[in-house]
Design a protein around this ligand. Structure first.
Ligand SMILES: C[S@@+](CC[C@H](N)C(=O)[O-])C[C@H]1O[C@@H](n2cnc3c(N)ncnc32)[C@H](O)[C@@H]1O
Length: 280
């Protein structure tokens, strides 16, 4: 009999394990062009010491591209990180040690909590030149209100930079919403919320396609495959807690509607949307 359904986001350790499995199977390839992307996007209208708010940084692997890009222009940076999971935060602190010479002019301020808690505890009165949320907006409670508060915290000429899933993942969430009424914000919804909640703004959206290999999801005995299915569905133990017919439907949809099959490999056609809002 199917076991009860558990939201993956409530199991921090398991969530991060599954995220790493996704990275190992190709999710990490999205970072191939980050150096150039950051250089193209991160033009801040500030002359010195930018203040940055990083939301849901995980282990800081992506933040390092932000920090290194800003260090090409600025000598002094204030970098505030809001991340509820302690294990990746410790990895982030180790990453800082590995950059000890290059990053010694960066002042870090870590908050081990979610963004809603940070804002409620006084964070909303802080001001920043750059606020970024890379693949973390999915976890904001009342995302519209959070986005509106974040926009209000931007200094003049500041930038809100959100990375959010589109492509295959978005297609599956939209399909799943039709059959199971589950809400999980993706690119269209974040764009809609931003247009509705933020004062008349201009949004720049850049789509960045890449693929990851989900072949192992189709082998029910594969540990990695089952972890990827958990992540894709944001459910812990998805295969065992979901009725067989639904699992089969999901697998067919992922393969036939969201992937390209090449030499027996099933390549998930992912897209990251970069949504950039500048405060003028
Ligand atoms: C998909 S990972 C993204 C990590 C990294 N930013 C990246 O792009 O690779 C999502 C991150 O958001 C964090 N997170 C979960 N709930 C959050 C919340 N309420 N506020 C802020 N971050 C949250 C998770 O712990 C995790 O590190």
């Amino acid at each position: 009999m199917a076991k009860s359904v558990r939201a993956l986001s409530e199991y921090t350790k398991e969530y991060n394990e599954r995220f790493q499995t996704m990275m190992d199977h190709g999710l990490k390839s999205r970072e191939d062009n980050y150096k150039q992307e950051m250089a193209d996007i991160l033009r801040l209208g500030v002359s010195k010491k930018p203040r940055v708010l990083a939301i849901g940084s995980g282990n800081g692997e992506v933040d390092q591209f932000v920090i290194n890009t800003l260090l090409d222009t600025y000598d002094d940076i204030h970098y505030c990180v809001v991340e509820p999971a302690s294990s990746p935060l410790n990895d982030f602190k180790r990453l800082i040690q590995s950059y000890e010479n290059r990053w010694n002019s960066v002042t870090f301020d870590f908050h081990e909590e979610g963004i809603n808690e940070y804002l409620a505890e006084g964070g909303a009165s802080e001001n920043f030149d750059l606020i970024h949320a890379f693949h973390s907006v999915y976890f904001f409670r009342d995302a519209g209100s959070v986005l509106s508060q974040l926009y209000g915290m931007l200094r003049h000429d500041g930038m809100l930079f959100i990375k959010v899933a589109a492509g295959a993942i978005e297609k599956w969430y939209l399909q799943r919403a039709k059959i199971s009424n589950i809400f999980f914000p993706h690119s269209c919804q974040v764009q809609e919320l931003s247009s509705r909640e933020l004062p008349s703004i201009t949004m720049e959206i850049t789509c960045r396609p890449y693929t990851m290999n989900i072949t192992e999801c189709f082998n029910e005995n594969s540990e990695d495959g089952n972890k990827m299915l958990d992540f894709i569905n944001q459910k812990l133990d998805y295969r065992r807690s979901t009725p067989l017919k639904q699992v089969e439907y999901c697998l067919h949809f992922l393969r036939d509607e969201c992937s390209e099959v090449r030499n027996d490999e099933i390549l998930f056609l992912l897209v990251d949307d970069d949504i950039v809002v500048r405060k003028v």
